[in-house]
Design a protein around this ligand. Sequence first.
Ligand SMILES: Cc1cc2nc3c(=O)[nH]c(=O)nc-3n(C[C@H](O)[C@H](O)[C@H](O)COP(=O)(O)O)c2cc1C
Length: 328
Amino acid sequence: MTHYPSARFSVAPMLDWTDRHCRYFHRLMSRHAQLYTEMVTTGAILYGKGDYLGFNEQEHPLVLQLGGSDPVALAECAIRAERQGYGEINLNVGCPSDRVQNGMFGACLMAEPKRVADSVAAMKAAVNIPVTVKTRIGIDEQDSYGFLCTLVNSLVDVKVDALIVHARKAWLKGLSPKQNRDVPPLDYERVYQLKRDYPELTIAINGGIKTLAEANTHLRQLDGVMLGREVYQNPYILAQVDGALFDEHYQIPSRHEVVRQLLPYIEQQLSQDTYLGNITRHTLGIFQGLPGARAWRRYLSENAHKKGAGPEVVEAAMAKVPEFCYID
Ligand SMILES: Cc1cc2nc3c(=O)[nH]c(=O)nc-3n(C[C@H](O)[C@H](O)[C@H](O)COP(=O)(O)O)c2cc1C
């Protein structure tokens, strides 16, 4: 079989969305898609009380996304992550939220190429797993190609393992994180240019990609594609990924089968005091476009939060979608 880089297709890190339940669910539909954690800050890992690094073995290939800018703290977190079994570390140099800017990390780091490079170098020296960076094409008025290349040069110098580029700049003042995902225009050509100028560097593109046909178009110029919102809202797109992008063909599970495969996981998690809605909220889009999809969503939304709700709620919701009325 052809060997593809693991970054060929990935599901974007999304705070509050790509938690371990979401990733378990996504993995049921694709063996190859690389999955990302939500961004986890170094402060949470080093000083927090929660289990910020927990995941299920089935989630591999799995990347931990870190938020931070202190090379020593990042290296320590990378060591813990490698020990825990993560396959890759990604540094967030793209998030524009105020909270993140106050902590001096995320997109504002684009203006601090030396600090980013020192951070990557420190992590690479500390672990054997790949260390990558996710960034934007610019910030505020600093949006020239040269500005982006200054960051990339510093990363190439420290042998970053891959770069994921969200193909729009971020406005650090005046736009919310949500607006920053839509308002600044996409510039795919700039990312293609980067790959032409740095052919040795593994580069994946992110931003606004909605279909696997679009993904394939990008893959003619680049090493990888990363999809975020489309996968979350229309997760069954993942069922086509292994065949369409990794040339691996097997009988893909139907949407109903995917939900049935999730039931044992739900039972196991409920026995550990997880609440059903925390799992099912990620599945609302699985029947998107089919008759009964709304009834599925509504039934789950109205019942999954009730005390004692269990797998039977999911089965009852699934019964709202006729099983044999479609061919995937
Ligand atoms: C709810 C939400 C949370 C996000 N959280 C993160 C994050 O933790 N780290 C990050 O690098 N990007 C984050 N992003 C940005 C996505 O990773 C991605 O770059 C962006 O959504 C553009 O890709 P898309 O058009 O395919 O969604 C988030 C996006 C959304 C919608």
